[in-house]
Design a protein around this ligand. Structure first.
Ligand SMILES: C[S@@+](CC[C@H](N)C(=O)[O-])C[C@H]1O[C@@H](n2cnc3c(N)ncnc32)[C@H](O)[C@@H]1O
Length: 294
């Protein structure tokens, strides 16, 4: 049986407690320092500083060939967007790390902006420690749009051209974010969906590997790890979130956890559904948007 542990500890102390080259995958979403209840400050410099400080420990604990995935969004300063992945790119620039993908995670719901286009994506920076790394593409292939396509010329003319296992999921992932009403929602204010981590765990690690998350919040990374028969260690400064995480990860082990499956398609309402029908006063007008969640 796989093991897990969630420590009520600072991320730096947690990383310090781990053995050299013991981790196969670090996957996390750090605090963005944007004034959330758990942010120590709202200074962008602090975001950069913790990442500069953490890098040597990250490099120490991750195995050669292991992966590092950092999921971030934007910081807004005086109305100007600072993409946090640009700061991660700067902080993690070193000879030992190779940036393999900047994955765009897109989602349908969130605050409607009225002075810019509404934000509907965040990113995941995927690095490997060195060049001899594990990447199991077959574990994460998705169905082709045109599976019935055939080669139209050359020696294979007339034969099916697609891989029967499916196609590469690409670096743009459309996975619903965890808002009220999502099956995975807990009291944590900004969970990422389990499916987002599940795809990384499946592709970047093997059965019984060790996955860690130093800012584990409600434990979504741990849920993904245990569901995929990997081991997990995590830390969070809030004992309340640690307790939520332990309960969810234990439920993954027991087979009772509630998650949105990775392969479930994004829901598109049928034209006949009441919520999809335009009310009479919409006709001839442009819908006005307010600062509300949809
Ligand atoms: C963006 S949230 C992570 C949410 C998580 N991915 C999930 O799905 O629930 C960041 C988390 O980092 C925690 N945190 C903030 N500063 C920390 C620190 N110095 N050490 C450990 N955890 C910290 C916060 O309590 C918060 O739960």
């Amino acid at each position: 049986m796989n093991y897990f542990e969630v420590y009520n500890q600072d991320s730096f102390a947690f990383l310090k407690s781990l053995d050299d080259e013991s981790v196969d995958l670090i996957v996390t979403s750090p605090p963005y320092f944007i004034g959330k209840e758990y942010d120590k400050s709202n200074k962008i410099g602090d975001f950069l500083d913790i990442h500069h400080d953490m890098l040597p420990e990250i490099l120490r604990v991750v195995k050669g060939g292991g992966s590092i995935c950092w999921q971030v969004g934007n910081y807004i300063q005086n109305g100007s967007i600072i993409p946090l992945d640009s700061l991660i790119f700067a902080a993690f620039r070193c000879d030992d790390l190779i940036l393999r993908n900047r994955i765009v995670w897109t989602f349908g719901h969130g605050t409607h902006a009225n002075k810019r286009f509404s934000g509907r994506h965040e990113t995941i920076m995927w690095y490997t420690k060195g060049s001899n790394y594990h990447f199991d593409l077959d574990a994460v292939r998705v169905p082709q749009k045109y599976p019935g396509k055939r080669h139209y010329k050359g020696p294979k003319k007339g034969q099916w051209s697609g891989n029967p296992l499916g196609k590469n999921p690409s670096d743009v992932w459309d996975i619903p974010n965890v808002k009220a009403g999502h099956i995975e929602k807990t009291d944590h204010p900004c969970q990422f969906p389990v499916a987002l981590v599940q795809r990384l765990v499946k592709a970047l690690t093997k059965k019984d590997d060790l996955v860690i998350d130093p800012f584990c919040g409600s434990g979504s990374s741990g849920v993904a790890a245990l569901l995929e028969n990997r081991n997990f260690l995590g830390s969070d400064l809030s004992e309340n979130y640690c307790e939520i995480a332990r309960t969810r990860i234990q439920a993954s082990q027991n087979g009772t956890v509630r998650v949105r499956p990775l392969d479930r398609l994004v829901y598109i309402p049928s034209a006949k559904e009441a919520v999809a029908i335009r009310p009479p006063h919409f006709f001839g007008k442009i819908e006005e948007e307010g600062e509300v969640n949809d």
